[in-house]
Design a protein around this ligand. Structure first.
Ligand code: GDP
Ligand code: IMO
Ligand code: MG
Length: 431
């Protein structure tokens, strides 16, 4: 039985990973973020209360679950302080006992945000549509070996020296993009302010993580973004700057690959994308609009309207393969209830005279890509409150069976609403 479960998004993010992680953290010992930063927006709805998490793992609302932030997460200290403070105002206990931040994690600094936003604003073509959270520039500094890390917050002299050393080069870039240069204090002061607050949370995570895994405790690894946003295996260059695939969790966390682990692939019952880039099954007509309205498809981080479209089985097969998905969670089924008698689903793509059952990311914007549709019946009646497979309308059950069969992965969880309770758990996902 795997003591380790990676929650992985199989589309372009926003599949409902936060909801699934929160639900499963009820009997998990640890929930861990291993990549990305505050570009993520993971929504958890508990007792009608909506909480959006950006940097803290979505297990934080379950008091028995401890939360770790790994070294490959890029941490915006100001955002993190605000996130902890707003959770505390909701009565959630966020103490250094429950939340550990890896000292090796790189910081997102004001110059990263400024450069991200300037580059996006000044690109006439090829805009990525980033979240503006400084993610790309922060990862450039990590891999360029010029970043500042959380551990540096514990040593103000070293922190000041590093910022002083880096500032002129960063300001030259900012000026190159037509922006206003930053003062040293604009960068240093927020770091120093956050340093005192965050200090007690900054502690190595590897020992706790490996101990939990060795003892067979339940560890959830919560991915941010989704497969098609992976910097190598997504729709490059319209991607984020981190590895988002489930197996990347282990090297990114600095632990060995466990003898057994599961990968729970989270799929929205249709497809959405926020930002620019190819999206061949996008629907620009009334169906796309209806999905956006009914699914409340507006970004959890930026509020931007999400682009909406059809379920794309060949892209999902790429995601299943790339992540090594062992079980499936399907979310937002309620959005499809009564939408229409049937909905088209992309069964295959035709390209260059070939029929493709698996769509590689680089083929996503091929000009002659043509969908092979299949009409899947929908169902009448609300899914609200449905918590057992037997209580699903038969049309919904058939839809889910077809999806699981098309991806050849067992279905273990169906989400029928944003709330924690609106879930059918069909099998133990830890098995
Ligand atoms: P994440 O980034 O993968 O965690 O997903 P987001 O939180 O960005 O976006 C998912 C949105 O759908 C959030 O507003 C959730 O509250 C909501 N949601 C999740 N599951 C369901 C569901 O089954 N039905 C409905 N109607 N909303 C859901
Ligand atoms: P969660 O974890 C959806 C998208 C941005 C943009 C691209 C690059 O909530 O699923 P970045 O700011 O990372 O440089 O932007 O990636 N993007 C997301 N889209 N959900 C996310 O996270 C995303 N994080 C980044 O919209 O297209
Ligand atoms: Mg999101």
């Amino acid at each position: 039985m795997p003591g380790c479960l990676v929650i992985s998004g199989l589309q372009w993010g926003d599949e409902g990973k936060g909801k699934v992680t929160d639900l499963l953290s009820g009997d998990a010992d640890l929930a861990v973020r291993f990549q990305g930063g505050a570009n993520a927006g993971h929504t958890v709805v508990v007792a009608g209360r909506r909480v959006v998490l950006h940097l803290i793992p979505s297990g934080i609302l379950n008091p028995s679950c401890r939360c770790l932030v790994g070294p490959a997460v890029v941490v915006d200290p100001e955002t993190l302080v605000q996130e902890i403070a707003s959770l505390r105002t909701l009565g959630v206990s966020v103490s250094p006992d429950r939340l550990l931040l890896s000292p090796r994690a790189n910081l997102v600094l004001p110059w990263h945000r400024r450069l991200d936003q300037l580059r996006e604003a000044h690109r006439t073509s090829g805009r990525i549509g980033t979240t503006g959270r400084g993610i790309g520039p922060a990862y450039e500094d990590l891999y360029g070996r010029t970043g500042v890390r959380l551990v540096d917050l514990k040593n103000p002299d070293r922190l000041a020296a590093r910022i002083t050393e880096m500032l002129p080069e960063r300001n030259a870039l900012i000026r190159h993009h037509g922006g206003d240069p930053l003062d040293r204090d604009e960068v240093l002061a927020p770091c120093l302010a956050a340093a005192e607050f965050l200090g007690p949370f900054i502690r190595p995570i590897e020992e706790e993580l490996t101990r939990a895994l060795d003892q067979g405790r339940r560890v959830l690894l919560e991915t941010a973004q989704g497969t098609l946003l992976d910097v190598l295996h997504g729709t490059w260059p319209f991607v984020t700057s981190s590895l988002t695939l489930a197996p990347a969790a282990f090297p990114l966390l600095g632990i060995g690959i466990p003898a057994s682990f599961g990968v729970l692939g989270v799929v929205k019952a249709y497809t959405t994308r926020v930002g620019e880039g190819p999206f061949p099954s996008e629907d620009h007509g009334p169906l796309g609009q209806a999905l956006r309205d009914r699914g409340q498809e507006y970004g959890s981080t930026t509020g931007r309207p999400r682009r909406c479209g059809l379920l794309d089985l060949p892209s999902l097969r790429h995601a299943v393969r790339a992540n090594g998905v062992t079980a499936l969670a399907v979310t937002k089924m309620d959005v499809l209830s009564g939408l229409a008698p049937t909905i088209p689903v992309v069964r295959a793509w035709q390209l260059g005279g070939q029929t493709l059952d698996v769509l590689a990311p680089e083929a996503q914007d091929a000009p002659d890509l043509a969908p092979v549709h299949e009409e899947w019946p929908l169902w009448e009646g609300s899914l609200e409150g449905v918590r057992r497979w037997e209580d699903l309308p038969s049309g919904a059950a058939t839809f889910l069976e077809r999806l699981a069969a098309a991806l050849a992965v067992p279905l273990v969880l169906v989400s029928t609403g944003p709330g924690r309770e609106s879930t059918c758990l069909l099998a133990d996902p830890w098995r």
